[in-house]
Design a protein around this ligand. Structure first.
Ligand SMILES: Cc1cc2nc3c(=O)[nH]c(=O)nc-3n(C[C@H](O)[C@H](O)[C@H](O)COP(=O)(O)O)c2cc1C
Length: 166
């Protein structure tokens, strides 16, 4: 049987069928902070404690994380679409501070974390691996916190959604 020819639209449509949470990944380098919206987050290992994200090489972020050696992941809560949209906006250069409308906090590594997120992970860079036109950033978790009572922001088929308890 002949395999169907793969179209990029089908590839993207298939990937868009994967419902995910939404995170903001940030780093700090020489007083500059930078962050982007990322859904390619995954747990990886318990011993050692590792997580991963995959970041497009067209972004500043993979290069900055390689240099800073640290990053933070904030898992967004339901209602934080504005935060997701802000950090998914193209063409922002690294800036000395985020939009003041989006306050941040910091702990172990000094990377900015998004308040109001349902979970936050502070990471040291464990490994940066090539992944096509992306870089797979593996982080060793040095701090973690979560709020068990709040719901996550969901992204599915290019739209923000909420969990529906059935
Ligand atoms: C819901 C959502 C998930 C995203 N996930 C990723 C991701 O996993 N990896 C990535 O590199 N970009 C991802 N992006 C796109 C980046 O957020 C976007 O390209 C980046 O903010 C653009 O910034 P820049 O052009 O200044 O580099 C995602 C965007 C959205 C809206």
């Amino acid at each position: 049987m002949t395999a169907p020819t793969l179209s990029i639209d089908d590839f993207k449509g298939a990937l868009g069928s994967w419902a995910s949470g939404v995170t903001v990944v940030t780093t700090e380098l020489d007083g500059l902070v930078y962050g982007i919206t990322v859904s390619s987050f995954s747990s990886l290992s318990v011993d050692p404690v590792l997580v991963l994200v995959s970041l497009a090489d067209t972004n500043h972020l993979p290069r900055m994380i390689r240099q800073s050696g640290r990053f933070a992941i904030s898992i967004l809560a339901e209602g934080q679409e504005d935060v997701s949209k802000y950090f998914a906006t193209s063409g922002r250069d690294p800036a000395p501070a985020f939009d003041p409308a989006i306050p941040t906090e910091q702990w172990v590594t000094g990377c900015p974390l998004i308040p109001g997120a349902i979970a936050q992970l502070d990471c040291e860079l464990h490994e940066a691996l090539p992944g096509g036109d992306h870089t797979i950033i593996v982080g060793r978790v040095v701090g973690a916190r979560f709020d068990p009572d709040r719901a996550p922001l969901i992204y599915f088929r290019r739209a923000y959604r909420s969990l529906a308890e059935r």
